[in-house]
Ligand binder design. Structure first.
Ligand SMILES: Nc1nc2c(ncn2[C@@H]2O[C@H](COP(=O)(O)OP(=O)(O)OP(=O)(O)O)[C@@H](O)[C@H]2O)c(=O)[nH]1
Ligand SMILES: [Mg+2]
Length: 389
């Protein structure tokens, strides 16, 4: 079946071929995800678009409990027929699949199967510009690949050695793993080198400023736009997911005459793959050095509350829930009624709120004042104090 499809693809290939993709999402009824299945798939469609796939449709299912094949039997049969009838190239699943699930589904469907994690990794890889960004994403992709590589050969391994497992099969497993491990080692060494250069630059910068503030938020919330307003940072701000992967830091001048640094960095997303969090550890660690976090929310997004929750949960996972924070309710120009917006979001205890439109420049002065007040209250972080002394 595979050969027929690829032949058909090759014959129809005129100009750049966009992969024709179907999106698949399933949810167990007892699951704890706050996101509606459709909303999660809307976002998956955006990610697929960012990876230049052409989304031809979606398949969803609510299951009584998680299925080993992701979908129930009947739904999977339907999907298989649809893939064949519509000449689909790729099926994209809304959750991370286990290596075994992925292999089983690929055999069943006869086309490429990718999961949400692989898709996000692909988008990151397309966006990475700096050497560090490229190495971080390469590290994540290789870590993701390693267990899946083993999966490809596990039918041989399961036989537990002996007849039929010697020879080219076993050699291949070992060779592949050795190559991939070697590559992992090389990437890690290169990353260490790039990072130590950056750390020394950061040390120099830190010694000139008093406080560290950092923007955080869901991808596309307007962090870079706010950054550019506050510090004329010149960071690209585009209507796409994950425009920013690398951290940019600038000096921030405050009304009291105090100065701080402000950093713009990578955004968060629903079901952010752990492998990415791990490989972006150094970038994200900068957040733990911050004295103050500015959490930017796109209030015009209908999933704004869920997105803010993802950011809160991710920060909690990084042990940063107690960091002083300002909630920056951005894109106010796109919604009617500032007071109502403030009321809706004001239920969060002890968090200062500032309403902004980075596009129009509204609220930026108030934000600068709020930052000034917050950082003046707080003693300099110990890490930072060490860098200054
Ligand atoms: N209408 C409106 N659009 C805005 C506002 N702030 C940002 N945008 C737009 O929103 C899109 C995303 O802005 P970015 O600044 O790139 O968002 P980000 O949070 O840095 O996104 P990533 O780096 O991709 O995670 C861009 O098209 C901006 O022009 C705003 O206040 N109002
Ligand atoms: Mg950005």
């Amino acid at each position: 079946m595979k050969r027929t499809k690829s032949t058909r693809r090759a014959m129809h290939a005129t100009g750049p071929h966009k992969e024709r993709a179907l999106l698949v999402g399933a949810r167990a009824r007892n699951g704890s995800d706050l996101w509606e299945l459709d909303e999660s798939l809307d976002e998956l469609a955006e990610l697929a678009g960012a990876a230049e796939a052409k989304v031809e449709g979606r398949v969803t299912q609510h299951l009584p409990e998680p299925s080993p094949t992701y979908l129930g039997k009947g739904k999977l049969e339907n999907l298989t027929r649809r893939v064949d009838a519509e000449g689909i190239d790729t099926v994209i699943f809304d959750d991370e699949l286990t290596p075994t699930q992925q292999r089983t589904l690929e055999n069943k469907l006869g086309v490429k199967v990718i999961d949400r994690t692989a898709l996000i990794l692909d988008v990151f890889a397309r966006r990475a510009r700096t050497r560090e960004g490229q190495l971080q994403i390469e590290l994540a992709q290789t870590e993701y690949l390693l267990p899946r590589l083993a999966g490809q050969w596990s039918h041989l391994e399961r036989l537990g050695g002996g007849i039929g497992t010697r020879g080219p099969g076993e050699t291949q497993i070992e060779t592949d793993r050795r190559l991939v491990r070697g590559r992992l080692g090389r990437i890690k060494r290169d990353l260490d080198r790039v990072r130590s250069q950056r750390a020394s630059q950061r040390g120099k910068r830190a010694s000139g400023a008093a406080r560290v503030t950092s923007l955080v938020g869901y991808t596309n919330a307007g962090k870079s736009a706010v950054f550019n307003r506050l510090v004329s940072g010149g960071v690209p701000s585009r209507n796409q997911m994950f425009s920013t992967l690398d951290t940019t830091t600038r000096k921030l001048y405050l009304p009291s005459g105090a100065s701080a640094t402000l950093s713009d960095t990578v955004g968060f997303v629903h079901k952010l793959p752990p492998v990415l969090v791990a490989s972006f550890r150094a970038t994200l660690e900068e957040l733990s050095e911050a004295d103050l976090l500015l959490h930017v929310v796109d209030v015009s997004n209908r999933r704004a509350a869920e997105q803010a929750q993802v950011v809160d949960d991710t920060l909690e996972g990084m042990g940063l829930s107690d960091k002083p924070r300002i909630l920056v309710l951005n894109k106010l120009d796109l919604v009617a009624g500032g007071p109502e917006v403030e009321e809706t979001w004001g239920i969060r205890p002890k968090i200062r709120i500032v309403l902004t439109s980075a596009l129009e420049g509204w609220g930026i002065r108030q934000l600068r004042e709020a930052i000034d007040e917050q950082v003046s209250e707080k003693p300099t972080s110990t890490l930072h104090a060490a860098a200054v002394s």
